[in-house]
Design a protein around this ligand. Structure first.
Ligand code: COA
Length: 565
């Protein structure tokens, strides 16, 4: 079946659908819906697919397309639900279950007959984009694959739901937080429904900001709306009955002014009289005592779990340094295994492009960020007295994927998508990838993966040797599955032999070519890019953080690409 994916952006769900369909042997190409309807119609005619699928399309499919080609739309709501803010509304209304529907495109938006649908739970405390990349993506894949099977069978008749409910766009007026009346739970629901886009528009310290992300604070209290504390770049604001942590802010764009972008909240407020950093209560078992922290460390038996959650999977210089400090602390503890990873959502997407873009000297900040993430990778690579596992509940890309490869084993949730390449950001790459990637998959495949720049499912990544264990579970079950599997590993009888072999292998590799030589060679290539103002990296980074749409569909997506395996 020749499939063409139509998408407004090559986002996480589109990548996952693309990679999963390729895994099943379908030739799949992607066309971004960027220009007018004529451009899209022409592109579809050129591809002449058997089936069109739109995993994430924010514009209408032109009639010339849906009337000539079967076109299936993925709608993030249950059958009968219609409208552009379905998932936002589900989170804001506090639903505990939601659905996703694969329906046929017709003249009216989201009103076509249904080919397949799936339900999913909405776990408490989860933000919209995390839900979208987790439970919703799992359910969407199930529904898309079923719809493709039904379409292929030629015998299935899609079903029109008995009724439809049109839910309009969720406006900023409906999202607005009333700090004087909204209790913590309402504030959090509003923040989570707007996470990570569009954010909740709010005025404080004399400026209009979009607030991004929200976590509860169990102890601090103050006058509603008051800025109480900062921690790890996040700010804490009082509600009527408690307080919330907000990790990121984006200034409202001035009419006619340049596009603004998200930054860690505290640096974004720089110089505006923000309160002083309030460190978490440090304990060995849990570094936060229940309050917000983007890095936590916990021991279960002889396994140390070092967990981090950085918005968008981006790791700034400061975050890398704090994670390195926490990792060094973990190394001092009497454990046999360290598990490094996230509990849900992104593992890591490498250096923090927004923080770099906002820096007075982006070239210098790029280098500082790379050095900081390299220091962390080096620390992992030189840990020879215990096993290190990286745990990937969700997607990872670029330096974030290479960071994962520094561990002895990479454990990945089945629903994760991996992008082991840097080329699309105009970078050669660092994080010792020239050592770790060939070590995992051999030099020929390493060259192919970095050059082709295609997303991989966890299953394919496993078959290629990039991932060591695929964990088949829901996003909510992942942390428990990791704990259970790591405990099993820590108790295995051959652990001392494995550690001996690991130490010997590191010493052998160091004798052949020291880690410092890999780092120096990578950094030389990276420095040349950073220091050249005409290097594509600078324009690509600027476009990425400002979410500028590309001029056209990139060539590597247009071509029907064979399975990575
Ligand atoms: N720096 C800063 N922000 C980043 C980031 C990075 N390295 N990687 C992702 N993000 C942000 C995105 O801007 C987006 O922000 P939003 O929530 O405000 O929309 C959010 O994280 C989610 O990313 P998005 O692009 O929507 O997710 P995706 O799953 O559709 O795509 C990637 C994932 C990784 C392919 C894409 O984000 C990407 O190319 N990131 C850059 C990777 C990179 O080149 N890193 C630098 C080299 S080490």
């Amino acid at each position: 079946m020749r499939i063409l994916l139509l998408a407004s952006a090559y986002n996480s769900l589109t990548q996952r659908v693309h990679a999963e369909l390729r895994d099943r042997g379908h030739p799949v190409a992607v066309e971004l819906a960027l220009g007018d309807g004529r451009h899209l119609t022409e592109a579809v005619r050129r591809h002449a697919p058997d089936l069109l699928i739109a995993p994430m399309l924010t514009t209408a499919v032109p009639e010339e397309v849906w009337s000539r080609y079967p076109c299936l739309i993925v709608h993030p709501g249950p059958p009968g639900d219609r409208g552009p803010s379905s998932l936002d509304r589900a989170v804001q209304e506090g639903r505990d279950r939601w659905g996703v529907t694969v329906l046929q495109a017709v003249a009216e938006m989201d009103a076509g007959p249904v080919w397949a649908s799936a339900e999913f739970p909405v776990p408490p405390g989860v933000g919209k984009s995390d839900l979208y990349r987790g439970e919703l993506a799992d359910a969407a894949l199930k529904a898309v694959l079923l719809a493709v099977d039904r379409f292929t069978s030629g015998t299935y008749t899609p079903v029109t739901p008995p009724s439809h409910t049109w839910q309009p766009y969720l406006t900023q007026a409906e999202r607005r937080i009333d700090w004087h009346t909204d209790p913590t739970e309402t504030v959090l629901r509003k923040l989570r429904a707007a996470d990570s886009q569009p954010g909740v528009l709010d005025t404080f310290l004399g400026t209009e900001w979009y607030l991004h992300g929200g976590h509860p604070e169990p102890h601090l209290k103050g006058a509603p709306g008051e800025l109480l504390a900062t921690r790890h770049g996040a700010i804490c604001r009082a509600t009527t009955d408690g307080a919330v942590w907000i990790p990121e802010l984006r200034p409202k764009r001035v009419p006619g002014g340049p596009a603004t972008f998200k930054l860690p909240a505290q640096p974004a407020l720089e110089g505006r009289g923000e309160p002083r950093e309030k460190p978490p209560t440090t304990r060995t078992k849990s570094t936060t005592g229940g309050s917000y922290s983007d890095i936590t460390y916990e021991e279960k038996g002889t396994v140390g779990h070092l967990t981090f959650r950085f918005p968008g999977g981006a790791m700034s210089t400061a975050q890398c340094r704090r994670l390195l400090t926490a990792y060094r602390h973990a190394r001092t503890r009497p454990t046999d295994v360290i598990v490094l990873g996230a509990k849900r959502d992104f593992f890591s997407n490498g250096i923090h492009l927004n923080v770099i873009e906002a820096a007075p000297d982006p070239a210098a900040e790029s280098l500082a960020n790379i050095e900081a993430i390299d220091d962390l990778v080096e620390e992992i690579l030189t840990t020879t007295d215990r096993l290190v596992i990286t745990a990937l509940p969700g997607n990872s890309a670029a330096g974030g994927t290479m960071l994962a490869l520094a561990a002895d084993e990479v454990w990945c949730r089945r629903g994760a998508v991996l992008n082991p390449h840097y080329r699309l950001m105009g970078l050669y790459g660092s994080e010792y990838w020239t050592y770790t990637l060939p070590r995992k998959v051999g030099p020929a495949l390493a060259a192919r993966l970095t050059e082709e720049a295609q997303p991989l499912t966890a299953t394919t990544a496993h078959s290629l040797g990039l991932v060591d264990r695929v964990i088949d579970c829901t996003p909510t079950e992942f942390a428990h599955e990791i704990t259970r599997t790591a405990d099993h590993l820590a108790r295995s009888a051959n652990l001392p032999a494995r550690l001996g072999a690991k130490k010997a292998a590191r010493e052998r590799d160091e004798a052949v070519r020291p880690l410092s030589a890999y780092r120096a060679a990578e950094l030389e290539r990276m420095r040349a890019v950073f220091d050249d103002p005409a290097a594509p990296y600078h324009a690509l980074r600027s476009a990425f953080v400002r979410k500028r749409r590309p001029d056209g569909t990139p060539d590597h997506l247009r071509t029907e690409c064979p399975n990575g395996a």
